[in-house]
Design a protein around this ligand. Sequence first.
Ligand SMILES: NC(=O)c1ccc[n+]([C@@H]2O[C@H](COP(=O)([O-])OP(=O)(O)OC[C@H]3O[C@@H](n4cnc5c(N)ncnc54)[C@H](OP(=O)(O)O)[C@@H]3O)[C@@H](O)[C@H]2O)c1
Length: 304
Amino acid sequence: MTDTPAGFRRHLRAPLEEPVIVVTGATGNIGRRLVDRLLEEGVAVRALTRDPARAALPDRAEVVRADLAEDTDLAPLLAGADALFLNLAAGGAESAQRLIDAAVRANVPRIVLNSSQGVSDTPADETNFISRMHATVERAVRASGVEWTFLRGGNYATNALGWAPAIRATGVVRDAHPDAQGAPVHEADLADVAAVALLDRTGAHVHRIHRLTGPEVLTNAQQVAAIAEVVGRPVRIERISEEEAAEAMAGPHFPLAAARELVGLFGSTVDAPAFPVTDTVERVTGRPARTFAQWARDHAADFS
Ligand SMILES: NC(=O)c1ccc[n+]([C@@H]2O[C@H](COP(=O)([O-])OP(=O)(O)OC[C@H]3O[C@@H](n4cnc5c(N)ncnc54)[C@H](OP(=O)(O)O)[C@@H]3O)[C@@H](O)[C@H]2O)c1
């Protein structure tokens, strides 16, 4: 193994040999799209999930059981792999560190890390839970010596799925900051960019940071309106306190303190979005980033 861009090309021992890509979080929002995309590209996909029986992944994928939070040797999961898609949603930062170590031991030449635009490469990275977590894992990937690409996504469109139960049940979304602004990025665009970086044979994406957003800035209220349009019935947005919003957001894997930080961050985007719109999706994939209206159409069933 080598950590030079050419290493990946050399690692593909014969020109016709099929690369093997390991996907963590394979049943998740990005992972499922990524597995499909990679299979379309004709590569071998090893899709990790805690429960293959429930995963409903394509037959052509090699579906492998892995609970990344368990204290087991992760290197066998990576045997013979040409690249790893590492998503912190699959087990968190500690599991990510163990996977990175395992990737080094298994001679995996490349990691594409699903990171976050919360990482700014400034001391501000230590100021909140999300930035700190992603910055820590980015540092671990850099230190590993493995080729890397960081996908720093801004606000995911899938965050709007958090409104789905309320939209289905009452048609009322309760939100602390209806005027908060963001440029929601579609999970299919994140997956498409990941696929390009994972399969890149030229080295163009090696040691590159891709900042990914959707194509337009929308307020939360405008996103709710776009969903209402798709489901064909009115949806009202009702303002609640930051504390109520944080309590609703917190859960077993997301501490209340972190939820408070996040709700506060949303509040700071009322005047301007936290992350400017980028054209990275189009530059990397050759196709414009999908709009939120498209995302809402793709997810109509979730809200109906
Ligand atoms: N939301 C945002 O605005 C935002 C912005 C920037 C970055 N991000 C990053 O993006 C991530 C979310 O990506 P996503 O939406 O694709 O995730 P997701 O849909 O929540 O997918 C998580 C997947 O991880 C798997 N998983 C969970 N625990 C696991 C474990 N212990 N071992 C193995 N697999 C496990 C689950 O699959 P199984 O149940 O099949 O095991 C699940 O399908 C966040 O965690 C964050 O790091 C988010």
